[in-house]
Design a protein around this ligand. Structure first.
Ligand code: AWU
Length: 436
């Protein structure tokens, strides 16, 4: 992407602090920098480490970080600056708190010399109600980023009365454009629907699968198990023989679900890595019973599966695991970032949808494209260990029909991000749009 020497577009990036949003948003930022943009990333202090992988790749002249204090909120414990540390019910409080960034950002923009003002903001759609106003105040383009696919956008935006999501959706449709972490060849008709029915213009850019800037061991956080131990364990496993079990950065299983999953893993006899999230912090007035969290793995389980299974409590080097040749399938909630990591890693997805877009991702991948296997129902369901064990055993078989279908999608996705591919070209177009 050729840029006029002194015409490097300056983009203000404002991500939403939750791994499923922040990680792909920073992977997008890498693509903007790679195409010659200057970027200022806005984070709060405890989220600054997310930018480290980018700092290792780009000069401070091109990649700047604006660290602003996290705006306090009565229902968010102090020190908490990311939604994944809280139950999902805290989302409205988090959105309300983050709207407190508007004034300090307005002051910062007012202090910038005109030559250094950004031309556009690429902000999280979740923050678009106030980002749009900030952009208008300084005549900047407000471009929204969502880490989900167009099928989910079209489905969710067609629904009525989605509470506070209605504000986010109407602000996003009123913005200059929408960027989604998907690829045109995966869901052509849904991309066209979002353009025609919601955004009512062509500026919907599919830019994925966004490759992790750092698919290394500390992507999104320090691995709770030494990475060399995870790698050695995988290296000692046969090709496509391991099932990776993980439900993203937000979901925690109940004790009953954990027990059923443990029983299924034990019965199946498959080799597995199981990432178990630590317990969420309580928000005041939270009536939710204690989440599963760490140490609810049934007593004796790890001893009984020693050699066959590896339990990682806390943060797992998920992207590295999914890219390892030994991993053949992934029991997942179908959070979209995780789906794309499974796609790039070439593993079969076993769908146990839990919230939000997971159900629409299941409809797309399992029902429509027959490229994934259903393995669980929802946030409350407790799987039958016998049935789940059967699904786990089947999932590591080479000739599984869903594997063959998913590999075809993988091919399309990798072509989309190659030079000349649809996502590659959309990223070029997006950077051009931030200069005009
Ligand atoms: P993922 O897409 O799984 O997202 P979630 O964390 O589930 O959060 C949005 O993301 C979805 O639309 C929402 O429904 C919600 C949200 N990770 C890791 O490296 N180690 C771990 O132990 C756990 C997670 C990484 C993982 C991925 C990200 C989670 C998009 O689901 O590799 O990059 O965290 O993304």
């Amino acid at each position: 992407m050729e840029n006029n020497k002194n015409e490097k577009p300056h983009v203000l990036v404002i991500p939403f602090p939750q791994s499923g949003h922040m990680l792909p948003h920073l992977d997008l930022t890498h693509q903007l920098l790679f195409r010659g943009a200057v970027v200022t990333v806005v984070v709060t202090p405890n989220n600054s480490t997310y930018v480290d992988p980018l700092r290792r790749l780009h000069s401070p002249e091109n990649l700047r970080t604006l660290i602003l204090p996290f705006p306090s909120h009565p229902l968010i414990p102090s020190g908490v600056e990311s939604l994944q540390q809280l139950p999902l019910q805290a989302l409205p409080h988090m959105l309300e708190a983050l709207s407190g960034l508007r004034d300090p950002l307005s002051d910062w923009l007012r202090r910038q010399p005109p030559s250094d003002l950004p031309a556009a903001i690429v902000g999280s759609s979740f923050l678009s109600p106030w980002i749009n106003k900030l952009a208008d105040e300084f005549s900047l383009k407000s471009i929204c980023f969502l880490p989900i696919n167009a099928h989910s956008v079209a489905t969710m935006w067609a629904q009525e009365d989605r509470g506070f999501f209605d504000d986010l959706e109407s602000a996003t449709t009123a913005s200059y454009g929408l960027v989604v972490n998907s690829f045109y060849e995966l869901e052509t008709q849904y991309v066209e629907t979002v353009k025609a029915k919601f955004m009512t213009h062509h500026r919907v850019w599919t830019v994925g699968p966004l490759l992790p800037v750092n698919s290394g061991v500390d992507r999104g956080g320090r691995s709770s198990v030494p990475s060399e131990k995870v790698t050695a364990w995988l290296d000692s496993s046969g090709e496509n023989s391991v099932v990776y079990v993980g439900f993203g950065s937000q979901i925690r299983l109940t004790k009953q679900q954990t027990a059923a999953l443990a029983a299924a893993l034990e019965r199946s006899g498959v080799r597995f890595i199981w990432a178990v999230r630590d317990a969420a912090k309580k928000i005041s007035g939270d009536s939710q019973d204690a989440d599963a969290g760490e140490d609810v793995i049934p007593a004796g389980f790890e001893e009984r599966v020693a050699g066959k299974g590896l339990v990682i409590r806390g943060w797992a080097p998920q992207s590295m695991i999914l890219n390892h040749r030994a991993v053949g399938s992934y029991l997942t909630h179908l959070g979209w970032g995780s789906v794309l990591e499974g796609l790039v890693g070439g593993v079969v997805l076993l769908a146990w949808p839990m919230q939000a877009d997971h159900f629409y991702n299941t409809k797309l991948l399992v029902d429509e494209l027959r490229a994934a296997v259903r393995a669980g129902e929802n946030r409350e369901s407790v799987p039958d260990p016998e049935e789940l064990a059967r699904v786990l055993v089947e999932s590591v078989k080479e000739d599984l029909p869903e594997r063959l279908e998913f590999m075809k999608l993988r091919e399309k996705g990798l072509n989309a991000i190659k030079e000349g591919g649809s996502s590659y070209n959309n990223l070029d177009d997006l950077v051009r749009e931030t200069t005009l």
